[in-house]
Design a protein around this ligand. Structure first.
Ligand SMILES: Cc1cc2nc3c(=O)[nH]c(=O)nc-3n(C[C@H](O)[C@H](O)[C@H](O)COP(=O)(O)OP(=O)(O)OC[C@H]3O[C@@H](n4cnc5c(N)ncnc54)[C@H](O)[C@@H]3O)c2cc1C
Length: 385
């Protein structure tokens, strides 16, 4: 029997991966509800790279034009030395990336992306204030339990609830993500602040233990954004980020070139974040429960692929639901189709080596989630995936 599109699919977590997956499922005719713990739409204010592999999907979802209007198409990704500012290499982007990969490389405010994804959903798709605390798979469907004491039923659950995923905890037990040994300062630099940096490009300055990456995020305002990462022994705060201290950041980057120091001094709205990661997961789901995005394969941000992987996951999940007769088989096939790619991206992200020296990024940017081969179906049905 084919999967019943009327039977509601629950997506837990309305972040970047959850909202994108729900929009793709709705566009394909599935009935979807998103359960989000936040009380209202809460866009986080930072920048994000949207590489051609994810822009292709966002084009398919019909939101690429709105993003291009708000964001910026950088001319290059230029690698420089953090101490001398000398150029290590430069990868042309702009028209070159669009011609080579069929979709642009864009940088944009994360909140703009999130807003466009949520706007792509039918009204009332997202149920806010629903913090999932438990899930039972009772064979014919799933029952979700929320912190406010309510429950909801669905045919299956997609856990898109991010780094501290409760859906993952239901399957694998409580297991905190590991601190990677790095923290990152994030800030914006308004257009009217003079900095000795080419605002048309993505520039990454490299040293052994530290890096700074800066890029434009808004073609209209001219705002620029940077992330400055450095080693730290531990993250001792209970929060997932804290306000950043500029003097502390400047101390950590003492000895950097004048261009970098000027950029760091120009910071507005400085925040400090821990970088967490988890090793690749063997079992992505069980029965009618599947994981995607950071819930499944969180990674350090050094390839700018965390959200891209979550959104690619959503496409492959949809394609497997379309290809299979039963949800369990679809979820198994989805996990098998995605594990190798996300594991490789996690490993390269952990190295912090992406585009430091000349390399061909085609294996990342050229991936087409809409047409890539699916893993062959299971000959014998396997309940864990
Ligand atoms: C410094 C930094 C820079 C980055 N830059 C990039 C970049 O340039 N490009 C890129 O592709 N990625 C980037 N990333 C990674 C990217 O932000 C994440 O990988 C992406 O947000 C993952 O999407 P997600 O949907 O899995 O999780 P999230 O976007 O985190 O969404 C999870 C959602 O689940 C909700 N939730 C959590 N628990 C529950 C619960 N129990 N019940 C209900 N709801 C719940 C949360 O409120 C949230 O809305 C960066 C990350 C960092 C830290």
């Amino acid at each position: 029997m084919a999967i019943d599109k009327e039977n509601s699919i629950a997506v837990v977590g309305g972040g970047l991966g959850g909202a994108a997956t729900a929009a793709l499922l709705q566009q394909a005719g599935y009935s979807v509800a998103v359960f989000e713990q936040a009380g209202t739409f809460e866009p986080a204010g930072a920048g994000i790279h949207l590489t051609p592999n994810v822009m292709r999907v966002l084009g398919h979802a019909g939101i690429d034009d709105a993003l291009v209007r708000s964001g910026y198409v950088p001319e290059s990704f230029t690698s420089r030395n953090l101490v001398s500012n000398s150029v290590r290499c430069a990868l042309p982007l702009g028209d070159h990336a669009k011609e080579r990969y069929g979709a642009p490389y864009l940088t944009v405010g994360r909140s703009v992306l999130h807003r466009e994804l949520v706007n792509a959903l039918r009204p009332d798709t997202v149920r806010y204030g629903k913090r999932l605390v438990g899930v039972d798979d009772h064979g014919k469907g799933v029952r979700m339990h929320f912190a406010d004491g309510t429950t909801a039923e669905a045919s299956c659950v997609i856990g898109a609830d991010g780094l501290g995923s409760q859906v993952r905890e239901v399957m694998h037990g409580a297991e905190r993500p590991g601190f990677s040994g790095q923290i990152a300062y994030r800030a914006t630099v308004p257009a009217d602040t003079r900095i000795p940096v080419d605002r048309r490009c993505i520039t990454k300055w490299w040293a052994d233990e530290s890096f700074v990456i800066g890029y434009p995020i808004d073609s209209r305002s001219g705002d620029y954004y940077f992330v400055a990462g450095t080693a730290a022994e531990a993250w001792t705060h209970p929060q997932s980020w804290v306000d950043g201290d500029k003097d502390e950041m400047l101390d950590a980057f003492a000895g950097s070139c004048d261009e970098v120091l000027s950029l760091l001094r120009a910071a507005r709205s400085l925040s400090k974040w821990p970088l967490f990661e988890r090793p690749p997961l063997q079992q992505w789901g069980r029965g009618r429960i599947a994981l995607l995005g950071d819930a499944c394969h969180p990674m350090r941000p050094h390839m700018a692929q965390g959200a891209a992987m979550a959104i690619e996951d959503g496409v492959l999940l949809l394609r497997c639901l379309e290809a299979e007769e039963e949800t369990e088989a679809a979820f198994w096939r989805y996990a098998e189709s995605r594990r190798e790619r996300t594991g490789r991206v996690q490993a390269v992200s952990a190295e912090n080596s992406w585009l430091r020296d000349p390399e061909d990024p085609a294996w990342v940017f050229g991936y087409d989630a809409m047409t890539v081969d699916l893993h062959p179906p299971a000959l014998i049905r396997n309940d864990s995936h």
